[in-house]
Design a protein around this ligand. Sequence first.
Ligand code: AP5
Length: 210
Amino acid sequence: MKIILLGPQGSGKGTQASRLAEKNGAKHISTGDIVRAEIKSGSDLGKKVQEYNDRGDLVPDETIIEMFKPHLDGADAWILDGFPRNESQAKALDEALDELGITLDKAVALEAPDDDLVARLSGRRQSEATGKIYHVEHDPPPENSSDDPGPFIQRDDDTEEAIRNRLNIYHEQTEPLKDYYERQNLLATVDAMQEIDAVTKDVLGAVGER
Ligand code: AP5
């Protein structure tokens, strides 16, 4: 499995990518997680990318491509979550795959209306211990679990202002990638407003797995 998950913020890219990775052993590569890990490390690069992250802006292409590329090396099955987000990143990915002699199987676009996404993201919680994503209503964090002790925190960029900014950037820069992959006959679309399990089933169907 070598797939890209496209979709607006809150459509469930991270949720679905971690379920697919758990199911078939593919590597879940999330550029959002890479950015947050760099911020947590307190490095100079982390300080630089934090400004973009907290505003909900995209990290500059050159920087994110350098941060992303090493994660692709050596993995023979992967799910890209949050990369690429514009045409210049898509072209950089095409070049990296060419260099590695790898072919992309599918770009799966998760689709959902903006207003529902704002509501979803305000209920999102992420485990500090495992990075697993939950939702206070739709997928509540476990209580007293040794598998995932938490704490379950709200992300710094899950404010309404930053969410709206991220959605605007998505429509301007990332949504056109649906045409980019359609032209290569690689695009599949999935209704992300269904229950989480139903979305997983449709994504697996779209990539020819069960
Ligand atoms: P990133 O972490 O990728 O954030 P994002 O794009 O804003 O996407 P989200 O994580 O918000 O959405 P998601 O679709 O993964 O939703 P989730 O599964 O969590 O990036 C963060 C920042 O890093 C960016 O703003 C940017 O600064 C930087 N960055 C990252 N990549 C970059 C790039 N390529 N270029 C430049 N900068 C980059 O689900 C959301 C919630 O909904 C959860 O609570 C979940 O439990 C719930 N949920 C999921 N599915 C369902 C469902 N079917 N029904 C009900 N609830 C559901």
